[in-house]
Design a protein around this ligand. Structure first.
Ligand code: KG4
Ligand code: ZN
Length: 368
């Protein structure tokens, strides 16, 4: 439908420069330039390196997206950009670019939440989100169960990780196994050759008195690292495939168990899974199995839309336009710790939540 909003979305919260273009729920372009190779030797994303890479890739990636979509910039109904959470310096490059384009083109600007975007992207795959949507959000920086009555304005956290994020655990175990960075995709690959029952690793926060919707992966990470160290100390080979499969099973077992429980407790018959870890093949398979058994319809976007991209930002921006949400003003800033409840950053004094952005930027840890 030609009257659906045509929106360009810019994502620069981490190491991916993503520019996507959507018309309503239709994906027209998804251009991504990644600086991941530049960070690999550091074993994690170096913020300064990521910011520079965004600056270099920004205009070419926007041009590529416009070309792929076959639309003119002047046809856009709005420019959406990730305002947070993420690396402060990296976010600032995207916000500056979005402002420049929006201002030059005379289009409204929408500063949106990265986490809500990870959920909203599924509209490009499976159509309008049910309301409310139950979402399991699992990425390198976040692991949460969210109940979203309205993805543009009302996202409620039910629980989240009390220590490491799920993706962070994958990255750390991959580092212990010397498998490189990021760890998720390579552990996913090794795990296919391994036995998930070979080693019984702990399932965090699954005891009868533990909080039902919170996660913990730090104990698991330590248990896996100790197991590997003990093997090495004994001069034995580390069975990488079995360790990968058993570790991965412990993560996805807890994630899917708690997500299904949340759906049942809240009477929600759909589960959406988003974020980089949602690309994990075993998580997708086990979630499908457990949802089916519980009569829940599973919605997971294709892997390329699970990891960071601009299309997800455009998808949330288009929903903002469709629902007449207020656009951001020219004073829009980046907020590295934007809470998940702030789905977007509207103008006129509504933006921010009392943080000193300049201080946040200057106190940013340089190395992970
Ligand atoms: O959403 P994302 O691209 O960036 C953040 O917002 O953090 O997520 C990145 C995380 C990394 O920790 C990466 O290891 C993990 O997602 N990841 C995976 C897979 N692909 C990416 N984890 C498990 N299995 C995968 N196939
Ligand atoms: Zn992300």
């Amino acid at each position: 439908m030609a009257d659906e909003p045509l929106v360009l979305g810019i994502e620069t919260s981490c190491d991916e420069t993503g520019v996507g273009i959507v018309r309503g729920h239709t994906l027209l372009a998804d251009a991504v330039a990644s600086s991941v190779d530049e960070h690999a030797r550091f074993g994690g994303v170096v913020p300064e390196v990521a910011s520079r890479a965004h600056l270099e890739a920004m205009v070419p990636t926007i041009q590529r997206a416009l070309k792929d979509a076959g639309v003119a910039a002047s046809d856009l109904d709005g420019i959406a950009v990730t305002a947070g959470p993420g690396l402060a310096g990296a976010l600032l490059v995207g916000v500056s670019a979005a402002k420049a384009y929006a201002y030059a083109l005379g289009k409204p600007l929408y500063g949106v939440n990265h986490l809500a975007s990870h959920i909203c992207v599924d509209q490009l795959e499976h159509g309008a989100l049910p309301e409310p949507t139950m979402a399991l959000l699992v990425s390198g920086g976040h692991s949460s169960l969210l109940l979203a009555p309205d993805i543009t304005s009302d996202v409620r956290p039910l629980g989240s990780t009390i220590d490491d994020a799920a993706g962070e655990a994958f990255d750390k175990i991959a580092r212990v196994l010397h498998l490189g960075f990021p760890g998720g995709p390579v552990i996913d690959r090794y795990a296919r050759e391994g036995d998930p029952d070979a080693i019984r690793f702990p399932r965090g926060l699954t005891g009868p008195r533990d909080p039902v919707y919170d996660f913990s992966f730090s104990g698991l990470k330590t248990a896996v690292a100790r197991w590997i160290e003990a093997k090495r100390a004994a001069g034995e080979d580390v069975p990488v495939a079995d360790v990968s499969a058993s570790f991965q099973e412990a993560v996805v077992d807890v994630l899917t168990r708690k997500a299904v429980r949340a759906c049942k407790d809240h009477g929600v018959d759909h589960l959406m899974i988003g974020g980089g870890v949602a690309a994990n093949s075993r998580l997708r398979a086990l979630a499908q199995h457990r949802c089916e058994a519980a009569g829940i319809t599973l919605r997971v976007p294709r892997p390329k839309l699970c990891t960071d991209n601009g299309a997800m930002v455009a998808a949330l921006g288009a929903e903002m336009v469709a629902r007449n949400r207020p656009s951001s003003d020219w004073g829009l800033s980046a907020d590295s710790s934007l809470p998940v409840t702030e789905t977007h950053v509207p103008g006129e004094g509504h933006h921010g939540h009392g943080h000193d952005h300049v201080h946040e930027l200057s106190s940013q840890n340089l190395y992970p």
